[in-house]
Design a protein around this ligand. Structure first.
Ligand code: KIV
Ligand code: ZN
Length: 391
């Protein structure tokens, strides 16, 4: 079966940048946008042009700079938002306007004090207005995760008639379970007239830690675009992490879904976003965390030294990480000590290793990690008793 392409829509510069403390200036955004283009994302959501003059300028400059990806600007279902976004995007090679409105009962009642009928009218008008400027219009049904499926289908059908080319089904509050979100996409595929002419997009938030699982459930059920951010940054608990969904599709080829991402750039891109946004990444973060390819327990280290695949499902080189790390702690065994010692030049006999290991454990019990300097000290003690060969 031939592989279906899943488009990667990166919203690091819009949903990601909304995070307190992650604000970027235009120059920083341009550097990230250029990197995202090189990484191979299909769409860069560059900002929300009407929100501030600075964001307008950023979207405009990104639209000028980006060579391959579609450049997208967010709007509400408000005529002036759309006019401003169209102006910011007019220099883009491939412009997209992303417009939409809340569709859940909660949004309709509390945000708009409105009715389902009035919301459909606003949605249709917004999409039709955006189509006056660009051929590519994405519609988001905000809080689709908590929107009744029958009503959501009706909204989708109407905006397709008005000219939407992409339907974004956001789980705005990160509420859905993967099965439920997958079912929602399946329901739309089966109940919306004209759905096969458009791309369905997943936009999942991580409030329950399910953003990645929900996005994958979405594409398994027929969505063909995932909205995500580098390192999973975004409102509250964040968005779907780009590096996670991309590697899931790559590591599970039987799904027959692929992306155009150059995965060898993932780690560097993650580092760039951390540094520019001043937003650190937890050490145990999948794919790009400091410990994602680090092994510290003796049993695991012994396995990885014999064959990396015993405890690694991804070759670190595939995501741009130079090599797996064997971290020496009090839980490490002789194999790990011999491996690390050899890396810095010591070839140990079995007797020397036994001697070194005793000293190593004394070091390791006193500190969190035994580093190369400590190994040199341990080796000099062993050397006094028995000459160690240089590897
Ligand atoms: O989470 C969300 O619903 C959004 C929309 C504006 C697309 O970010
Ligand atoms: Zn969002």
């Amino acid at each position: 079966m031939s592989n279906d392409k899943v488009q990667i829509f990166d919203t690091t510069l819009r949903d990601g940048e909304q995070v307190p403390g992650c604000k970027l200036d235009t120059d920083q955004k341009l550097i990230i946008a250029e990197r995202l283009d090189l990484l191979g994302v299909d769409v860069i959501e560059a900002g929300f042009p009407v929100s501030s003059p600075g964001d307008f300028t950023s979207v405009h400059e990104i639209a000028k700079l980006v060579k391959h990806a579609t450049v997208c600007g967010l709007t509400r279902a408000v005529e002036n938002d759309i006019n401003v976004a169209a102006e910011a995007l007019k220099v883009a090679k491939k412009p997209r306007i992303h417009t939409g409105i809340g569709t859940s009962d909660s949004h309709i009642k509390f945000k708009f004090n409105s009715t389902q009928e009035a919301v459909i009218e606003r949605a249709k008008r917004a999409v039709a207005h955006a189509r006056n400027f660009v051929g590519d219009v994405e519609f988001y049904a905000e809080d689709a995760g908590r929107t009744d499926n029958a009503f959501l289908a009706k909204v989708c059908e109407e905006v397709i008639k008005s000219g939407a080319t992409v339907l974004n089904i956001p789980d705005t509050t990160g509420y859905c379970l993967p099965e439920e979100y997958g079912e929602k996409i399946k329901y739309l595929k089966e109940h919306v007239a004209g759905i096969d002419k458009v791309t369905i997009s997943c936009h999942c938030h991580n409030d329950l830690g399910l953003a990645t699982a929900n996005s994958i459930a979405g594409v398994i059920n027929g969505a063909r675009q995932i909205e995500c951010t580098i390192n999973g940054i975004g409102e509250r608990a964040g968005n779907t992490a780009l590096e996670e969904v991309v590697m899931i599709l790559k590591q599970h080829p039987y799904l027959n879904l692929q992306t155009d991402i150059d995965t060898t750039l993932l780690y560097d891109t993650s580092m760039m976003v951390r540094e520019k946004m001043g937003m650190m990444v937890q050490a145990n973060k999948a794919i790009v965390g400091a410990n994602a390819f680090a092994h510290s327990s003796g049993i695991h280290q012994d396995g990885v030294i014999k064959n990396r695949e015993t405890y690694e499902i991804i070759n670190p080189a595939e995501v741009g990480v130079t090599e797996s790390a064997i971290v020496l702690t009090a839980r490490s065994g002789r194999a790990a000590l011999a491996y690390r010692a050899k890396k810095i030049g010591y070839e140990l006999t079995k007797v020397q290793l036994d001697a070194a290991y005793g000293t190593f454990l004394k070091f390791a019990d006193k500190q969190k990690e035994v580093i190369d300097d400590d190994i040199h000290r341990i080796m000099s003690q062993v050397n006094k008793i028995s000459k160690i060969a240089i590897a």
